[in-house]
Design a binder for this molecule. Structure first.
Ligand SMILES: Nc1ncnc2c1ncn2[C@@H]1O[C@H](COP(=O)(O)OP(=O)(O)OP(=O)(O)O)[C@@H](O)[C@H]1O
Length: 594
C-alpha cells in the first residue's frame, strides 16, 4: 500500500458525499460523530477512482447547515414550544450537511503523485475525511522544498502549504513561474495585512535569483529589517541576501522636472503672491533657467534663455541642482525673480505682474532663503551619509541578484532642514515608479529578464479610483497604472498593499493574479468589489464574512485571510483558500526558518 493510502486510511472520517453534488461544490452529509466538531474552514479530503487511478481531492468546508424536518411540522412545533424539547425528535433527528469546495486533486498512479482535476463527481457515500498533516505531507513530498507557511487552515492548527514562486525560469530546486505576476494584499486597518505582506516578502526572499524592492511609506518594513533584527539576520546570514535600507537622509534627487514640481508645490511662490498652478509652474521654470542658463547662442549675442544679458546680470555657468542649497545659488535665483522680463514670463497681465513686483520688493530674502534651502536640501549631498540618486537605487533591481532594497519614506526619518509633506512623498514615490518602469524597459531591451518584486504600501492612496485632487497625484496614479500594465512582461511583478478594494483603481485590481483578503471587506461597497473579483462564489463570501475583527477579539488575536490565485499547491483550480496567519514573528520564523 502506498504511503499516502496508509496515511489517508488513518484520518478521521467526518461525513460522506451526499446529493446533489457537482464538480463545482460537494454536498456532504455529516456523520453523527462529527456534528460537534468545528468543521467550517477545515481541510478535508476524499479518495475516488478516476480513469482507473487512485485520486485524492482536497478542499475546505465552507458552510455547515442543519435541518430537522420533523420540528418544522406545525403540531410538533406546538409541542416543542411547550416542552422545550421532544426527545426522539429534537437533536436526534437533526441532519447536518456541509458544503465542500474542492480546490486541488492529485492522482496516485504509475508515475507517482501528480496534479490532476476533478473530472467526475464521486459516488454518494464516498467517505470525506479530515486532512491531517501526515497525509498532506505524503501528498506534497515532491514539493517539500518549495513549501512556505503563512498560516494554518482557517479554524484548525494544520499548516496550510503555500508556494511563493519566483518570476524567473524554473531551475533545479527552485520553481520559477517564468513570468511575473502582481499580488494584492487587502484588508481594513489592523487586519494584519502589512504583517502578512512581510511574511510573503520573506518567502520570496528565499529565492536567491529574485530581487526585492520595497517602497515603504510608513517605515513598516524598514523597522522590522533594521540592523540586528532577527528578520534581517535571516535574510543576510541564512539566505545570503544583500539588504539595504535608505531614507531621506540618503536620497539625493537630481531631476530638473522634479525640482520644478517640488518647488512649485512648496509654498515658496505662494509667499510671493503667485497662487495659481500655472503661474507657479512658470515661476519654477524661470528659477531653473536662472540656475542653469542655456548656453548663449552666438546668433542671439549674449541673451540667456530667459531673455537677459547673462554677462552682466548673472554669474556665468550653470549651478548644478546639488549646489542649489547654497546662498550663492539662491541669490542668483532671487535676483532673477526681481527682473522685469522674468516677471513678464510668470504673469502676462499687467495688474498681477505689478502685484508680484510689489510683493517682491517688500519681501525679506533671508526668509525666502530659509524656505528655498529646505527644498534644495532634497537635492543636495551635503550632510548626507551614503547619498544616492533614485536612478542609482533603482538600478540595483537588476544589478545584483538577491538585492533587497527598502526605501523608507516615513515621517520619523526626515532630516532637519528638509521640506517634507505628504504631497512630496507622493511626488517622490511617483518618481520611483517612473524610474522603475524605465529600468525594467532598459533591461528588457538588453534582453535581460528581471526577476523582481516591487512592494508598494498604501496603494489606494497612490492609485485611487476617483480622480485625484491635484495634478501631481494624477501623475503618480498614471505612473503606477502604466508601470503595472507594462512591467509584467519584463519579469517585474508588484505587490500592492491596500486598505480598500472599492477605492483602488480598477485597472490595478484587474491586473492582480494573487489576491489576499484580510478582515473588513465583507460589507457595503467593499463587498461588491470583492464579489466582483471572486465571481459568484457565495459560499466563499459567506465564510469570509464569518471572519472576526482581530482588533476586537477578546482572547488571543487571530488574523484570518482568504486567498485566491496560484499561491498554494492546495489550490490550482483558483478556488479561494482560508487561513489564519501564523503568529508573527516567532511562530512564523520557527515554521519556515528553523
Ligand atoms: N500574524 C500576526 N501575528 C502577530 N501579530 C500580528 C499579526 N498580524 C498582525 N499583527 C499585529 O496586529 C497589528 C496590526 O497589524 P498590521 O499593521 O499588519 O495591520 P494592517 O492591516 O497593515 O494595518 P494598517 O492598514 O493600519 O497598516 C500590529 O500590531 C501587528 O503586530
Amino acid at each position: 500500500m502506498s504511503e499516502i493510502k496508509e496515511n489517508f486510511d488513518r484520518t478521521e472520517k467526518i461525513g460522506v458525499v451526499g446529493s446533489p453534488s457537482s464538480t463545482a461544490g460537494l454536498n456532504i452529509d455529516i456523520l453523527g460523530t462529527a456534528v460537534k466538531k468545528r468543521l467550517v474552514g477545515s481541510l478535508s479530503v476524499f479518495h475516488y477512482t478516476q480513469d482507473g487511478e487512485d485520486h485524492y481531492a482536497m478542499g475546505q468546508i465552507t458552510e455547515v447547515q442543519m435541518q430537522n424536518v420533523w420540528t418544522q411540522d406545525p403540531t410538533m412545533r406546538g409541542i416543542i414550544r411547550q416542552k422545550g424539547r421532544v426527545d426522539p425528535i429534537t437533536e436526534r433527528q437533526d441532519v447536518h450537511t456541509a458544503n465542500m469546495m474542492v480546490s486541488s486533486v492529485f492522482s496516485d498512479g504509475s508515475k507517482g503523485i501528480e496534479p490532476s482535476s476533478l473530472g467526475t463527481v464521486p459516488a454518494t457515500g464516498t467517505s470525506i475525511r479530515l486532512l491531517d498533516q501526515s497525509t498532506m505531507e505524503s501528498l506534497f513530498t515532491n514539493y517539500r522544498d518549495e513549501m512556505f507557511y503563512l498560516g494554518n487552515a482557517y479554524g484548525t492548527s494544520i499548516p496550510m502549504p503555500m508556494w511563493l514562486k519566483h518570476f524567473g525560469k524554473s531551475q533545479a530546486g527552485s520553481g520559477g513561474v517564468g513570468e511575473a505576476y502582481h499580488i494584492g494584499v487587502f484588508g481594513k486597518t489592523g487586519s494584519g495585512k502589512s504583517v502578512l505582506a512581510k511574511m510573503m516578502v520573506m518567502g520570496y526572499a528565499q529565492h536567491p535569483s529574485m530581487s526585492i524592492f520595497i517602497l515603504d511609506p510608513q517605515g513598516e518594513f524598514a523597522g522590522d529589517l533594521a540592523e540586528a533584527s532577527p528578520l534581517r539576520k535571516i535574510l543576510v546570514e541564512r539566505l545570503g541576501r544583500n539588504v539595504e535600507i535608505y531614507d531621506l537622509h540618503n536620497l539625493v534627487l537630481d531631476d530638473k522636472e522634479l525640482f520644478k514640481r517640488i518647488l512649485a508645490n512648496s509654498g515658496f511662490f505662494e509667499e510671493l503672491g503667485i497662487i495659481m498652478d500655472t503661474n507657479r509652474y512658470r515661476a519654477a521654470n524661470e528659477v531653473l533657467k536662472a540656475l542653469q542658463p542655456k548656453k548663449r547662442s552666438a546668433k542671439k549675442g549674449g541673451l540667456s534663455s530667459f531673455g537677459i544679458d547673462t554677462e552682466s546680470s548673472s554669474p556665468s555657468g550653470s549651478i548644478p541642482l546639488h549646489q542649489a542649497h547654497t546662498r550663492e545659488a539662491f541669490d542668483r535665483v532671487w535676483d532673477a525673480l526681481g527682473l522685469e522680463q522674468v516677471q513678464n514670463n510668470i504673469y502676462t497681465s499687467k495688474d498681477t505682474r505689478e502685484r508680484l513686483s510689489l510683493n517682491y520688493e517688500t519681501a525679506d530674502p533671508d526668509e525666502f532663503y530659509e524656505r528655498w534651502r529646505k527644498v534644495a536640501n532634497l537635492f543636495s549631498y551635503e550632510h548626507k551619509v551614503r547619498g544616492v540618486k533614485i536612478q542609482d537605487l533603482v538600478k540595483k533591481i537588476g544589478e545584483r541578484q538577491g538585492n533587497t532594497i527598502i526605501i523608507d519614506f516615513s515621517e520619523n526619518n526626515i532630516p532637519p532642514d528638509t521640506y517634507w509633506n505628504d504631497s512630496i512623498r507622493f511626488i517622490l514615490i511617483g518618481e520611483f515608479l517612473r524610474t522603475i518602469k524605465s529600468e525594467a524597459e532598459a533591461s528588457y531591451r538588453a534582453k535581460q529578464l528581471l526577476n523582481c518584486l516591487v512592494v508598494i504600501d498604501e496603494a489606494h492612496r497612490l492609485a485611487p479610483r476617483e480622480d485625484p485632487e491635484t495634478e501631481d497625484m494624477n501623475v503618480v496614479r498614471n505612473s503606477l497604472i502604466d508601470a503595472i500594465r507594462t512591467t509584467r512582461k519584463y519579469g517585474l511583478g508588484w505587490m500592492f498593499i491596500s486598505q480598500t478594494l472599492s477605492s483602488l483603481h480598477r485597472e490595478i485590481i484587474s491586473q492582480i493574479r494573487v489576491y489576499v483578503f484580510g478582515f473588513g471587506l465583507g460589507w457595503g461597497t467593499e463587498r461588491y468589489a470583492l464579489t466582483d473579483i471572486i465571481g459568484g462564489a457565495e459560499d466563499a463570501i459567506q465564510l469570509y464574512q464569518m471572519f472576526r475583527d482581530p482588533q476586537s477579539s477578546l482572547g488571543e488575536r487571530t488574523y484570518p485571510f482568504m486567498t485566491i490565485g496560484p499561491i498554494s499547491p492546495l489550490s490550482f483550480s483558483g478556488t479561494p483558500l482560508f487561513f489564519n496567519a501564523l503568529k508573527y514573528p516567532d511562530e512564523f520564523l520557527r515554521m519556515n526558518f528553523e
